[in-house]
Design a binder for this molecule. Sequence first.
Ligand code: PLP
Length: 227
Amino acid sequence: MSDLAARLSAIDEKIADAARLAGRDAGEITRIVVTKFHPASLVRDLHAIGVREVGENRQQELSAKTAELADLDDLRWHFIGQAQTNKAAAIRRSADAVHSVDRDRLADALHRAAEDDRILDVLVQINLTDDPGRGGVAPVDAAALAEHVLGLSSLRLRGVMAVAPLDEEPASAFARLYDVASAIRTLEPSADWMSAGMTGDFVEAIAAGATHLRIGSAITGPRPDRG
Ligand SMILES: *Cc1c(COP(=O)(O)O)cnc(C)c1O
């Protein structure tokens, strides 16, 4: 087995253990492999060992990799980074899901960029810190943003996404995210994704109810220099 395959299966075992401990079915948890800063060849290697869900956080990298890997048509690309409105069309062209919708204007831009009947899955990103400069909408404004998304016919609201703050126990931050997720689900029962948990905190995220984990370095190895 390659190092990559060994790391992947080690993480999948930890996910299964954490799910068992939380009394959850691991089958309801989707593991997205975050491949940012790694070459497209790594995504191809991941695909060869069964990975189908991958995540990128920069539009240019997403566009370049999806072009290079166009033959792998069963890959699902999750865009998880901060998005500028003027990149919305390029993101929409390449992504199957956008986890980082944090304002009405971005939702509008993604909607306007629809080129065919395809519906784009979107999540509302929640800012769990007190710093308004971080990505995401404040928890108190999440329902209004979700309502806005629900009014855009080319977008499908799937749930919420967040990154745990650096200065707080992930368990308490994810508990707050779960409350926001529950409030959004009352607006739209099918919006039941909770995208949370990275290399350092996916066990806590599973305990808190995460349905989509975004795991990078524990699977891919250290990221190459950003340059
Ligand atoms: C990079 C990134 C991840 C993955 O981080 P790791 O610590 O490498 O697992 C998850 N979510 C977002 C939004 C990211 O930018």
